[in-house]
Design a protein around this ligand. Sequence first.
Ligand code: GLY
Ligand code: MN
Ligand code: MN
Length: 435
Amino acid sequence: MDIKEFSQRRADLAEHMGPNSIAILSASTIKTRNHDADFHFRQNSDFYYLSGFSEPEAVLVIIPGREHGESVLFCRERNPAKEIWDGYIMGPDRAIDLLGVDDAFPISDIDEIIPGMIEGTDKVFYSMGLDAQFDTHVMEWINNIRSKVRSGAHPPGEFVALEHPLHELRLFKSDAEVAVMQKAAKISAEAHVRAMKRSKVGLNEYHLEAEIIKTFMDAGARFPAYSTIVGSGSNACILHYIENNKTLEEGDLVLIDAGCELECYASDITRTFPVSGKFTTEQAAIYQIVLDAQTAAIKETKPGNHWNHPHEAAVRVIAKGLLDLGLLVGDLEKIIEDESYKKFYMHRTGHWLGLDVHDVGEYKVGGAWRELEKGMVLTVEPGIYIAAECKEVDEKWRGIGVRIEDDVLVTKTGARVLTRHVPKQINEIETLMAS
Ligand code: GLY
Ligand code: MN
Ligand code: MN
């Protein structure tokens, strides 16, 4: 992504903040996995959104109207001896050129420099409570200024939640963001297609995960956006199943929920298909209800509708479908009203998608569901899950779990399905798997 994109975001935030204010953001920290082995570093999404910078031990400061430039980065200094072990460090000098920030200093100098930047401002925009250690640092800087009031220092009087204006910006995707998300979606779609083609009785669930991850990496997406779910048989009914270690059996469905991360942007696709390529009558019946629910929900994903419209549409189709099959009994309106469908459909129909798979952004504004607007990206992912132990339904239905999930961009007049390159009609899946 062009560095101008990041400069524009900083300028947009500065405009929201107004004069006499300062925003302070900390980079993510390196997390230990186990002794001497760290998790791969992933930048904090807010920090990345405003900087495009992927290193730890950094602080970004935005000061609207500052004479020497509004954006200041504190980061690690170059260190040839350390770089031999741990690799590239950008360093403050290169950061100005490569990231387009106005000013950059060594992170080791922050305690001397930053109190002077905070001093004199009225408002500090800061996301409190995410990192207790950094919270303490920020308070030390503020207390440093407070200790000098008798010498005329002016400590800020107000702390403002940075996430409110920042997450509002992140909710609306620019053309550049949509382009990256479309690319990520296409890679993930290809991965699902390849997993369908590879599926075979006797393989393990993690063999399909291997196909997914290989496809991501082959296409340049080094990491998944979240832990891949490959649940066969009744494992499909465990919503966050990531064990992925059961043998694929004849007659089972397999549910794969997997999406790659590209330039820190997530994609998120679920497909459910028969291990050996052919749906049974009962599997097809449940699958078709979920697909119809998803189609109805996507139809309701358009400007002017509110956040809950797609969910309401999906719930109605699922409740009616389960009623028609005799899996629910009673009156349709009452089933929707008393939420008795939740026994089989217990999650919501989607979430915002962006730098985080469950992306930031308010779902309600002033107590009412938020209206959908051009540039928002969300998932549409209804499902039906009939647990293996569900004794109150006929045995033939037990252990069937189906979810179908796509990533959808709200456009000026409707919606565009970014993940459209992976089949989901029953006949399309059966044809693909037979090929
Ligand atoms: N993969 C996480 C989700 O679908 O929400
Ligand atoms: Mn999702
Ligand atoms: Mn998902």
